[in-house]
Design a protein around this ligand. Sequence first.
Ligand code: NAD
Length: 454
Amino acid sequence: MNIINPATEEIIKTVQEDSLALLHEKYAVLRQAQKEWAKKSLAERLSVVQRFFDLLGVETEGLAAVLTAEVGKPIQQSRNEIKGARTRISWMINNAERYLSEELVTDTAALQEKISYEPLGVICNISAWNYPYLVGVNVFVPALIAGNAVLYKPSEYATITGLEIERLWEKSGLPDGIFKVAIGGKETGEALLDLDFDGYFFTGSYRTGKYIYERVAKKMVPCQLELGGKDPLYVANDVPDVAAVAIGTADGAFYNNGQSCCAVERIYVHEDVYQAYETAFLKEVESWKIGLPTEEVVYIAALTRKEQLDVLEDQVQDALSKGAILLCGGKRRPGKGYYFEPTVLIGVTNEMKVMREESFGPIIGIMKVKDDQEAIALMKDSDYGLTAAVYSADGDRAQRILGDIDAGSGYWNCCDRVSAGLPWSGRKHSGFGATLSHQGLRAFVKPKAWHLRK
Ligand code: NAD
């Protein structure tokens, strides 16, 4: 399998995909080793995770360079990602004892009732490429803390990073056979669905997630899906500084070249502030530097996958054919690398692909609305339900609107944000189950109820 730098189209490495026999071997090793890992105290397991956290800090620069070479992410954003992953790990380390220790529920002279949390066993984590550290850490860190062994399948577009993560676990002193990486693409993922894991934790597209859920249903083990989104954002007419909102929300739409599951993908703006918003938004987008992701000042770099260029071009054509207006961008850039110009479409409607299907690229549709009711109806009109955002001076107004929308996260005066202490979960085609927060720690354990009559 060739690993291609999406910004230069050069082959940076050739790796051997795992054979079926090797995958079976890895699975058997994990199965055997997990029992001993589960017997270790929580403190012992946490000390290994702490070393992993430290190493991510020590090696940030080298790891960021690998990530940027492999997925095309601007180098500043690669560093940010590793920093963000460390923030999450730190939260997990600090809260594991609180949420994974035995809980005494009843303690009388005659009866004791308590809950203990046991690891699921050996879990399979099939992952995405857009934030390999962040979405990986959401799963494999709490899984390991809880005493599970993990087979981690990085995306084929983030293979070297996956191997780096494996190296860091080894260096952290994780016992042999507790964390293994499966190398390969779709076929490797398929093969993992045939093995008897005790849980499947998937991050990726709706299409693949649905397929995996159907395939593993008969195993009767937990299956958690973190999938895509078409996240709406509404700018109300009482925002005090329209230009500041435009700048902040443009970042929410275009950060990581728009390749974030919780990227702003649809914008609805109240007619009273629409023109000021559109002008400031366009000015911001046109100020960004496009270029090689290794350059410090570059904000828009190459997309990770070449095929996405076709998806974006198709969305632009579809929108224009239905009456939208192109304010900027709209096409791929000539020359080497999978570059797409940052694209802003106005005069869009919810009937256009750009407002319905996940774009996962540097493109946005902005639509004028007459009031909150129209905005709510349009925001709700989606198969996805990952996040939704409202910008307004009035917190009650924003929370009323957000409370009406079937999404896993609601943002007031912010967007495109994840917090370690809050559950990260989707609804509808964005998936189900939660990572992060105490719910995310408990996603990797089975509760046991103890009824102890004295
Ligand atoms: P993808 O579905 O193409 O691939 C995800 C993983 O599944 C990869 O490792 C891939 O090799 C594997 N895979 C593909 N086909 C498979 C099959 N038939 N059987 C088993 N495994 C298979 O998604 P992607 O392009 O890697 O990631 C982008 C998607 O992920 C976007 O939709 C994005 O919104 C979503 N995402 C969601 C979150 C979240 O937290 N909700 C986070 C990051 C990304």
